[in-house]
Design a protein around this ligand. Structure first.
Ligand code: SAM
Length: 224
């Protein structure tokens, strides 16, 4: 997954902590991320924990990086953009579809009360669970399955974030939004999509297109 923005890398002679601070200033604030809580969470999550060993020295490259099973850890700028678009205040119940490495999950765990995350590939879910335990997240619940169906047992959610691309907004996710809830999902053909925000107001919903992105596909009943 990637966005169409900067492709810089923090200077590798810096410590990981300094590279992370560099990332926040040069790859996030400089590109318009303004929510102080999101920036603080991005400062607190060590991306090097979530990338495979051989990629660790590139942990602060501002792009997606490969993880196991042909999947990717998302670009920090896109993680920050999607998280900011959810407008989290700290008390929310959040559903994430596409756990991947668990990096985005870690950011959400610092910004919401509870995070439910669904991944279709069991190996990735297991590895992410181990990494998030090492990170110290204790408010995350994991499920292996088709996230295009959501996780109805725990609905409704104040916020839902989909980290893989759907051909159309998956309706089960809209149905699992609480009143006032926000859903962020990349929608469009394979290769390039628009980030879409759906908001529920009672029985009605509104939809906005936010920015262009390129994500791996959502594979499932309400995906590809
Ligand atoms: N946010 C993740 C991170 O920070 O590492 C990156 C996620 S990666 C771009 C997208 C993930 O969505 C992949 O791990 C893929 O296996 C998963 N995925 C695809 N279709 C899915 C589905 N129907 N249900 C759950 N996960 C799915």
């Amino acid at each position: 997954m990637s966005g169409n923005f900067s492709r810089s890398s923090a200077p590798k002679e810096m410590t990981f902590a300094d590279q992370r601070e560099w990332m926040v200033r040069h790859q996030l604030e400089a590109w318009g991320i303004a929510d102080g809580r999101v920036l603080d969470a991005m400062r607190r999550v060590p991306r090097e924990l979530f990338v495979p060993g051989e990629q660790q020295e590139d942990a602060y490259y501002d792009g997606a990086l490969p993880i196991a099973e042909g999947q990717t850890i998302s670009q920090p700028y896109v993680v920050a953009t999607m998280t900011e678009a959810l407008r989290l205040g700290g008390r929310e119940k959040v559903l994430e579809i596409g756990t991947g490495s668990g990096y985005q999950t870690a950011v959400l765990s610092l910004l919401a009360a509870q995070v439910f995350t669904v991944e279709r590939i069991a190996l990735l879910a297991r590895q992410a669970q181990e990494t998030l335990a090492r990170f110290g997240a204790d408010n995350v619940r994991f499920r292996v399955g088709d996230g295009s169906l959501g996780w109805p047992e725990h609905a409704p959610y104040d916020a839902i974030l989909v980290t893989c691309a759907a051909p159309a907004v998956p309706q089960p996710l809209v149905q699992q939004l609480a009143d006032g809830g926000r859903l962020i999902v990349p929608v469009g053909p394979r290769g390039y999509q628009d980030l879409v925000r759906v908001r529920r107001h009672g029985a009605a919903t509104t939809e906005e297109r936010l920015s262009p992105v390129a994500f791996v596909p959502l594979i499932g009943e309400h995906g590809w």
